[in-house]
Every structure is written in C-alpha cells, then in structure tokens.
Write a protein that binds this ligand. Structure first.
Ligand code: SAH
Length: 228
C-alpha cells in the first residue's frame, strides 16, 4: 500500500501523511536498536500498522474525549489515531518502559500534542475507573481479558474497540458472560480485508451500557487462571 492510497482511504490531510512518514522512518531506525515490530517493509508498515490502526474510524465517529490504548507497544493503534484525530486526548499505556523512549521520539518529531504516556499494567489503573470515552487494544489479549481490563476504565456510553483477526466470532462466544458481568453490549463486528494482502479483520466494537462493579478487574493472576 502507498501513502496516496492510505490518504484517500481515510481522507487524511497532507500534514497527517507527513507525520506518518516520519513515524515510519523512526520505526525503521529504532527497530534496529530495540525490538518494536516484525514488519519493516514500508508498504507493509503503511498497510498493517497505519491502515489497520485507522480501520475502526470507518465505524466509530470520534467526538472530543479521552482515549486509552491498552498495550500500545510501538503506538498501534493509539499513536496513529492521535495523529489523525486531534479532537481526542490519547493515553498510551504499556507495561514495558522501553517503548516510551521510542514513543517520545515520535511525539517530538511529529509534534503530537494530544498524547500522554502511562507506564505500568492497565489492571493497576484503578484511579482511572470509568474515566475514558474510548478504549482500544490490538494484539493484547483474548477478548474476555480485553473486556475485563478495558470496560472498568470506560465511562457509561463509552466505546471499546478490540482489534481482532479471523477468530473474533469464536472469542465473542467465549465473552458473553464477561459482557454481562462488566456492563458491555456488542455494537458491531467490523468485517474488513486489508486491501493489498487480503488479511481478514474482525474488529469487535462494544458499548459500555451499565456500570462495572468495582471488584473488576480482578488481579492478573486470577484473570489468567480463568477468564470470566
Ligand atoms: N498494540 C501493539 C502491541 C501489541 S504487543 C500492536 O498491535 O502492535 C502487546 C503489548 O502489550 C506489549 O507491548 C506489552 O508490553 C503490553 N502489555 C501486556 N500486558 C499488559 C498489561 N497488563 N498492561 C499494560 N501493557 C501490557
């Protein structure tokens, strides 16, 4: 995929595309020092990182608000979303500190003002209970766990976006109890294919419809022993 195709697909400004070019160059440069991604070829970075990160914006029309990306890694999808959506205030959370040196370099080079970093495990972000309007996660955990970690942090009416590949329907079946217990309602499954390589995407979009009991999330030890 080319930058022209990316720009057309999401109606992005020239400034946003310039920022993505700088981001891709930094990713390539830093990937030689710290392991950030296995995808290094530029056309693949454009499609599998930038295009993929932006896909849910076809379904969810963002309003001004607070957005959390859980387990952001090298900034996917959170940094990509922040660059294209200045109406959002985006928090990038990750348990690995090392990633933030890279993310700070991207923030500086691209002049991103609407982004901040949260270092640590998301299950420990208790002071942010029902704080966010949007929560996302890509390549983070099985859906029941994404829901258990993400829904407590969302305001009622807020939206959770779980980026998934072709296994989504099965994961959703495993998540019925979690949705009920945590106060989530399925809005839609976004079924798409990546335009060049045809990879399937089934992003799960959930609205928080009721309060989450404050006993959630459980500790990671409990979560990993048995999902809800
Ligand atoms: N979202 C990125 C990275 C996925 S890898 C992408 O799609 O490319 C998963 C990331 O989640 C890793 O960077 C890891 O450090 C982080 N992570 C795993 N468990 C976490 C937790 N409980 N809290 C915060 N970050 C976590």
């Amino acid at each position: 995929m080319t930058y022209e195709e990316l720009q057309k697909a999401f109606d992005l400004s020239d400034e946003v595309i310039e920022s993505y070019k700088k981001y891709a160059a930094l990713l390539k440069e830093w990937n030689e020092k710290i392991n950030l991604t296995s995808i290094t070829e530029e056309s693949e970075v454009i499609e599998k990182h930038f295009y993929d990160s932006l896909l849910p914006t076809k379904e969810v029309k963002f309003q001004k608000g607070a957005y959390l990306d859980m387990g952001t890694g090298a900034g996917f999808p959170g940094m990509v979303i922040a660059i294209a959506h200045p109406e959002l205030y985006v928090t990038l959370a990750d348990s690995t500190k090392k990633k933030f040196i890279f993310l700070q370099a991207v923030k500086d080079a691209c002049g991103v003002k609407n982004v901040s970093f949260q270092s640590g495990r998301v299950e420990e972000m208790r002071t942010f209970h029902e704080h966010y309007d949007y929560v996302s996660a890509r390549g983070f955990s099985a859906l029941p766990n994404v829901l258990e970690l993400g829904l407590p942090l969302l305001k009622i009416g807020g939206i959770l976006i779980s980026y998934k590949g072709s296994n989504a329907i099965e994961e959703l079946r495993e998540s019925e109890r979690a949705l009920k217990k945590l106060g989530g309602t399925l809005m839609t499954i976004q079924k798409e294919k990546l335009p060049t390589n045809g990879d399937e995407r089934q992003n799960i979009i959930v609205r928080k419809s009721a309060k989450t009991p404050s006993r959630f999330p459980r500790s990671w030890a409990e979560i990993s022993k048995r999902h809800l």
